[in-house]
Design a protein around this ligand. Structure first.
Ligand code: NAD
Length: 544
């Protein structure tokens, strides 16, 4: 389907003879021929396929004006970036200061001038080429993601696929931007236009580094904006690959730039006068700061923040299936998923068999080298984060929860992994609503199980949270399923499954979990502004 659309766009381009598009497409094809494997050229010190503990990153991770750049404004000490699987230093990260942020934003402004004038079909063509390049490099991008993030290669491949699909999806949307025609008295009329905002800033979290960069940039550039993206300083490595891919696909210089750094760099971006919008993924406390900074420039924000989501399992469900759902809701990416259903409410009549099966399956999860295909759980993202998650388990025990399984540090048998950040996935039983493990986002592989008796009771308890990112229900009763979901205060809901995020579907939170949506058609509204034009067909009827 994507291939068909791409061919159609290529034909359209040739017929229209667009100079920009044809030239850029040729450049893209040439550069993709010249660069058989990005990592082969830039990263790998040894053979083409990497194993844990072998990757060294030396090139600059900052990218604007069409290439990797060395920083001019170096005021702070560089910080080490780690490989979670081994605990080894992967590279040093230098944060961008004011002059470098300004250079990146200027480059993005210049790109906006060119890009925003292109037809949607022309933007789509570049995006589809970028998607094709991502598909071609799926394995190498996934491997680098694993080395920097610690998640299993199986999951990293799916993240890369999601990034590619998102870009393909919004390439399609780029061709559909349209307004409304409104009839007015006397033959007059008005029309609306969806116009891009300008330079958008994307700020990402560390749990889905490549995917977040794609989920933010795809709708932004589809609508004619440019983007300066700042990845988390914990996982700075793969966003720059996306920048190179867009560039190879024929995007104008500066269309998608990457600046590295932590909160200072992020705040320079939010305050920059030429920035029109900030799209942020991260924690609630940082989200509040982003909103505050953006408010000073009256800039719109998209906030994709944390969650403490409920998963409700009714007694009439297929229990095996519900257990599978509970595992998917808790243990993907070592439990470091914003939408995870970590408050698992199980109807008391089926609690014993549920606990037995969930513990059996959790104990069987294969932990180890994230680059191996058989691994299902890799390393947590950092040592401090691992300690924080283990601290939550300790606190839960202190408050009276029972550890059914896991919750301990784990040292894989392979000696090169002995300093990695591993733990055994944990199921906590006997949890109550007031416990810290039930109230706070742990962001690790820790499932809290609570029992309930009635629908009204579970709805009240499930909604008793300041957060409202996601929610799920398992039941065979179709009426109950919809009734329960209707009454749950959450933006992203699932019936008889969990953590399914097709790019065609809007994703985002209620309450303190965020503002705006990513993915789906509605996201176009968050990356455009509406212009209204009133057209008078008669004479001015003046009051003066
Ligand atoms: P974080 O808030 O610590 O950092 C996120 C990003 O913000 C990083 O790039 C960081 O450098 C930057 N940042 C920090 N302070 C800043 C400041 N003052 N100004 C500008 N930028 C600043 O979050 P994290 O630890 O990287 O990620 C984990 C959190 O992200 C969890 O709460 C998780 O639920 C949430 N998350 C949400 C979604 C979603 O879609 N809703 C997706 C992934 C992660």
């Amino acid at each position: 389907m994507a291939g068909l659309l791409r061919n159609l766009l290529l034909q359209t381009c040739s017929r229209r003879g667009s100079k920009f598009s044809v030239r850029h497409l040729k450049m893209a094809l040439l550069s993709s021929l010249r660069t058989p494997g990005l990592c082969g050229a830039l990263y790998y010190t040894g053979t083409r396929s990497i194993s844990s503990g072998t990757l060294h990153i030396k090139d600059s991770l900052n990218f604007w004006s069409g290439g990797r750049v060395s920083l001019k404004d170096v005021k702070t000490k560089s910080e080490p970036v780690y490989e979670p699987a081994t605990g080894r230093v992967l590279c040093q990260l230098q944060a961008c200061g004011a002059a470098d942020v300004d250079a990146a934003v200027r480059s993005a402004s210049a790109a906006f001038t060119v890009w925003s004038k292109l037809a949607g079909m022309e933007r789509a063509r570049v995006m589809l080429e970028a998607a094709r390049l991502i598909g071609k490099r799926r394995e190498e991008i996934a491997e680098i993601e694993v080395v920097n993030n610690g998640k299993s290669i199986t999951e990293a491949r799916l993240d890369v696929d999601s990034a590619r699909l998102c870009i393909e999806y919004f390439a399609g949307q780029a061709t559909t931007l349209s307004g409304q025609h409104v009839q007015l008295p006397g033959g007059s009329f008005a029309y609306t236009r969806r116009e891009p905002l300008g330079v958008c800033v994307g700020i990402g979290a560390w749990n889905y580094p490549f995917q977040i960069a794609a989920w933010k940039s795809a709708p932004a550039i589809a609508c004619g904006n440019s983007m300066v993206f700042k990845p988390s300083p914990v996982t700075p490595v793969t966003a720059v690959l996306l920048a190179e891919i867009y560039s190879q696909a024929g995007a104008p210089e500066g269309l998608f730039s990457v600046v590295q750094g932590g909160q200072e760099t992020g705040s320079l971006l939010c305050h920059h006068p030429s920035v029109a919008k900030v799209s942020f993924t991260g924690s609630v406390p940082t989200g509040k700061k982003i909103m505050e900074m953006a408010s000073r420039g009256v800039k719109p924000v998209t906030l994709e923040l944390g969650g403490k989501s409920p998963l409700i399992i009714f007694e009439d469900t297929d229990l095996e299936n519900a257990v599978r759902g509970a595992l998917m809701a808790n243990f993907l990416s070592q439990g470091q998923v914003c939408s995870n259903g970590t408050r698992v409410f199980v109807q008391s009549s089926v609690l014993p068999p549920f606990l037995k099966e969930v513990a059996r399956r959790t104990k069987a999860i294969q932990i180890g080298d994230p680059l191996l295909d058989e691994t299902r759980m890799g390393a947590l993202v950092s040592k401090p984060h691992l300690e924080k998650v283990l601290g939550y388990v300790k606190q839960a025990k202190k408050e009276g929860a029972r550890v059914l399984c896991g919750g301990e540090p784990f040292i894989p048998a392979d000696p090169k992994l002995k300093d990695g950040y591993y733990m055994t996935p944990c199921v906590l039983d006997g949890c109550t609503d007031d416990m810290t493990c039930v109230r706070e986002e742990i962001f690790g592989p820790v499932m809290s199980v609570l029992s309930f008796d009635t629908e009204d009771e579970v709805l009240r308890r499930a909604n008793d949270s300041a957060l409202g990112l996601a929610a799920g229900v398992f039941t065979k009763d179709v009426k109950r399923a919809h009734r329960v979901i209707q009454n749950l205060q959450a933006g992203s809901c699932f019936i008889n499954n969990y953590n399914i995020t097709p790019v065609e579907v809007p994703f985002g939170g209620y309450k303190a979990s965020g503002i705006g949506r990513e993915n789906g058609q509605v996201t176009i509204e968050f990356y455009t502004q509406l212009k209204t034009v009133v057209v008078e067909m008669g004479d001015v009827d003046s009051l003066f």
